[in-house]
Design a protein. Structure first.
Length: 196
């Protein structure tokens, strides 16, 4: 074991009494003890700083993951909405194709038909199409709509010689199929209005 020396006078220090043999000053601790304690404090400080840094990094990483999760949720929601819109568009397309393939699209006979079988328009932009029905009047023609909320429909005239206009005013987006039937010879035809 190494000999300890007094830092005041340079004399030797007795390990048993902790007193300097020259000047008599008393020492309560070893010279190595402060270094050991200092090393322990530095180690605790380093561990504490490392722990804080790891917590900050983990929090930042967690925040990034949360942001990515929210972005993915938003993307999934938008894609689901797009899929629903595409399904609706596909249903409308199939409905239009089926309508156009039918025998009664805009035409029942030479004396009972419409100038248009398919009308595509925008909401709130009214229009008209010609109805050919010689000698008929509104009392002889029944008009029914698949969805009356899509467009308001009415005859332009109360009576006519050969033709009259059917006035329509779209009020919301969708598809309305209008069926025209007459009670004189029981003919009927349909007109489709698509409102964008």
């Amino acid at each position: 074991m190494a000999q300890l020396y007094c830092k005041y006078c340079g004399g030797t220090i007795s390990r048993e009494t902790k007193l300097c043999t020259s000047c008599g000053k008393q020492y309560f601790r070893d010279e190595k003890a402060p270094r050991e304690r200092k090393g322990f404090r530095v180690l605790v400080f380093i561990i504490a700083i490392a722990s804080i840094i790891m917590n900050v990094l983990q929090y930042n990483h967690s925040s990034e993951i949360d942001a990515e999760y929210l972005t993915m949720q938003s993307t999934i929601s938008q894609q689901a909405q797009t899929i629903e819109e595409l399904k609706t568009t596909s249903d409308h397309y199939n409905q239009v194709i089926s309508f156009l393939k039918s025998d009664d699209a805009g035409y029942a006979s030479t004396n009972f038909n419409a100038s248009e079988s398919l009308i595509i328009t925008r909401k709130y932009s009214g229009g008209s199409f010609e109805l050919t029905a010689p000698g008929y009047s509104p009392e002889n023609i029944q008009v029914s709509q698949s969805d009356p909320s899509i467009a308001d429909i009415h005859f332009e005239d109360e009576s006519w010689y050969k033709t009259t206009n059917i006035i329509f005013y779209p009020t919301k987006a969708g598809i309305d199929i209008i069926t025209f039937s007459n009670n004189l010879n029981e003919e009927s035809f349909r007109v489709m209005i698509i409102v964008e």
